[in-house]
Design a protein around this ligand. Structure first.
Ligand code: IPE
Ligand code: IPE
Ligand code: MG
Length: 238
């Protein structure tokens, strides 16, 4: 959904990068970096709650991340289950609605069921929408949208002349979610790595060298200060 240019900060999206390097710098194995990521997630949820932000999307696992060594992938999947089980009570108390984006069916059954249970439990909550991007790829999302649209055309339910930008947005995984106002990436990399390709057309980008496990409330506030200093024009004039 196209974001409302007049609305306040509604949607923050974060590419949580740099766990492996954080661990290596400390002489630890990469997976220790993934474990250390939990506090940063906790802080991001907290800050969004304080600011009344409606949507926080966290890029946790990309469609490309399946190409990593099996042991690392399986550790991340176990960590996902642990994160959900360990935090669901607190998230629910905070009125957080847990959601996901991506190809959830790719996930192993255990974490998938944990996620589904947690989503069900928090489905009536009205506070922050915490959206975990899991087995998410922007190109996969676009491809899936194209397939649905093509299907509509092949069955005669839709005519190609009806394909508008709004219709394409309506076929994205979470079509009710406004486009991100800001996309933050930690770890110094300055690329999207297949994150929210369609939705980030007019997002502001904030890149920070801070590694994700070191990205706490203060660092998020700094990133949001940068966002607020920008002039968003959406192609128009001020
Ligand atoms: C981000 O940290 C977490 C995932 C992609 C799952 P990385 O694991 O990419 O850490 P670096 O970039 O190698 O330091
Ligand atoms: C992007 O980080 C994906 C996530 C943070 C989940 P990567 O570490 O996978 O991206 P590249 O490989 O540096 O582009
Ligand atoms: Mg990385």
């Amino acid at each position: 959904m196209r974001s409302d240019p007049k609305a306040d900060l509604q949607h923050i999206a974060i590419i949580m990068d740099g766990n492996g390097r954080w661990a290596r710098k400390r002489g630890l194995t990469r997976i220790k970096g993934h474990s250390a990521a939990e506090r940063s997630i906790h802080d991001a949820v907290e800050v969004c709650g304080e600011l009344g932000v409606e949507y926080l999307t966290l890029y946790a696992f990309s469609t490309e991340n399946w190409s990593r060594p099996k042991a690392e992938v399986s550790f991340i999947m176990k960590l996902l289950s642990r994160f959900i089980k360990g935090n669901i009570e607190d998230l629910d108390d905070k009125n957080v609605k847990l959601r996901t984006t991506g190809r959830l069916n790719d996930l192993p059954e255990g974490p998938r069921q944990d996620l589904e249970r947690a989503m069900e439990r928090t489905s009536g909550n009205t506070g922050l929408n915490l959206i975990l991007a899991l087995s998410y790829g922007g190109r996969a999302e676009l491809r899936d949208a194209f397939v649905q649209i093509a299907h509509g055309i092949s069955t005669g339910d839709m005519d190609p002349s009806e394909i508008t930008e709004e219709l394409i947005s309506a076929h994205m995984y979470n079509s009710d979610v406004p486009d991100p106002d800001v996309v933050i990436r930690t770890s110094g990399e300055q690329r999207l790595s297949n994150f929210l390709l369609w939705e980030s057309a007019y997002s502001e980008f904030v890149f920070t060298p801070v590694l994700w496990p070191d990205f706490h409330a203060e660092q998020l506030h700094n990133a949001l200060d940068q966002y607020r200093s920008r002039k968003r024009r959406f192609g128009g004039l001020e």
